[in-house]
Design a protein around this ligand. Structure first.
Ligand code: ADP
Ligand code: MG
Length: 380
């Protein structure tokens, strides 16, 4: 069988969010068609895809249709049931693989995996809500963050806790059975590494990214990260190790904490990552282009950062001021080196990612100041 899938073949995308939308656009630019599977009638990726199958990710008829019509399938979010990937990969080229997805989508398994690779990770306890008092030993862990093992994103499913009793109260009120309790680290910085790995196992790594979060949600990304070369090398080596060990094909991101001058892995995202969006405007090739190239079996591009970049996320909060829905005044912030991306989501909600703006230029500190000016104009 020919390893390289030729245009104008149909590719498949599981998930219809903004990451799926950017994949669709990248694939179409290379001459491919894309079918998106997503249960939301109005999903951003579904709207731009050549075909949208509006069904759940476990609908077997929909999966059969995808595997029949698509030459290869990728995903854009980790909460696709791993059985879905397992089912598809028996019929059609599907990446990332089901083993990688099943590890990464459960924090308990993900942390265990990272630890077993000998990669540093912050102190944590895996907890099952029904066995908690038998297992729990480390009272030094507080103040801590209790995270449900599955289905959390953008800080959702996480609570800051200071005592065993607070943990118990959450268990009593939650349907979730499995959690991790993480020691709250004093963060000097957060960084991420986004890389892509081809079918042949060749990797191409984007420059290390510095990330600032607000209330658990990514707010600002700065490229290149303002950390030492040693931290960059160390983070890159860990991310490579993880991607190789997972036998990963596609684009993957690893988030890191720097605390008390030490590097720890926070979590893995088996997909392109919000912090990698700068690549759309600041690199010769984007994280989505590389995801497509990996999937179709071509060599990945060498990556060049052509300008430094600062990316500002646009959350639904911006649309919802004084209790009304209003479109922010983007016309006031237009400019040559200001790239505004809106995802085409109909209903803004607090904390919902609606778009982002990437500023490119030479002087990073200047770009950060400009980003803050844009923020204050838009939020006015
Ligand atoms: P999500 O899957 O929602 O991105 P994360 O585990 O990455 O969840 O947490 C979101 C953010 O919350 C992190 O980027 C960081 O800013 C903060 N955070 C999470 N865990 C810790 C921790 N153990 N110590 C300090 N801050 C944390
Ligand atoms: Mg995270």
């Amino acid at each position: 069988m020919d390893k390289v899938i030729k245009p104008t073949s149909m590719l498949g995308m599981l998930g219809g969010g903004q990451l799926g939308k950017f994949f669709v656009i990248a694939a179409q630019n290379l001459g491919y068609q894309v079918t998106v599977l997503d249960p939301d009638q109005k999903s951003p990726a579904g709207k731009v895809a050549n075909k949208h199958i509006c069904s759940s990710f476990s609908d077997q008829a929909a999966l059969d249709l995808m595997s029949k019509e698509c030459m290869a399938i990728s995903t854009e979010f980790e909460n696709i049931p791993s059985e879905t990937i397992k089912y598809l990969e028996q019929k059609v080229r599907t990446h990332p693989n089901s083993n990688a997805i099943s590890i990464v989508q459960r924090r308990v398994e993900e942390k265990k995996y990272i630890k077993e690779l000998g990669i540093p990770i912050g102190s944590y306890e895996p907890l099952k809500s029904n066995q908690f008092f038998l297992e729990f030993k480390d009272t030094q862990i507080f103040p801590a963050i209790l995270k449900q093992s599955q289905f959390g994103y953008d800080g959702k499913g996480q609570t800051h806790v200071n005592s065993i009793n607070e943990v118990k109260a959450i268990f009593d009120n939650s349907k979730e059975k499995e959690f991790v309790l993480e020691k709250k680290l004093d963060l000097d910085k957060e960084i991420s590494v986004v890389l892509s790995r081809s079918l042949n196992g060749v990797t191409k790594i984007f420059p290390v990214i510095e990330n600032q979060h607000k209330a658990g949600i990514l707010d600002l990304s700065i490229v290149p990260a303002r950390v030492s070369e040693d931290f960059k090398k160390e983070a890159t080596a860990y991310a490579l190790d993880i991607a190789n060990n997972l036998n990963y094909v596609g684009t993957i991101a690893v988030e890191f904490f720097i605390s008390e001058n030490k590097l720890y892995v926070n979590e893995i995202a088996p997909r392109p990552h919000n912090s990698g969006h700068f690549s759309l405007d600041a690199c010769n090739v984007s994280q989505f282009d590389q995801q497509v190239l990996a999937l179709i079996g071509r060599d990945l591009e060498d990556i060049r950062l052509e300008k430094n970049a600062v990316m500002l996320n646009l959350l639904g909060d911006l649309w919802l001021q004084n209790g009304e829905i209003k479109k922010p005044k983007f016309e006031e912030v237009e400019g040559n080196d200001i790239n505004i991306h809106l995802y085409g989501k109909d209903s803004p909600r607090i904390g919902r990612k609606m778009g982002h703006i990437t500023l490119v230029g030479d002087d990073i500190e200047n770009l950060i100041i400009k980003a803050e000016e844009i923020r204050s104009k838009l939020w006015r």
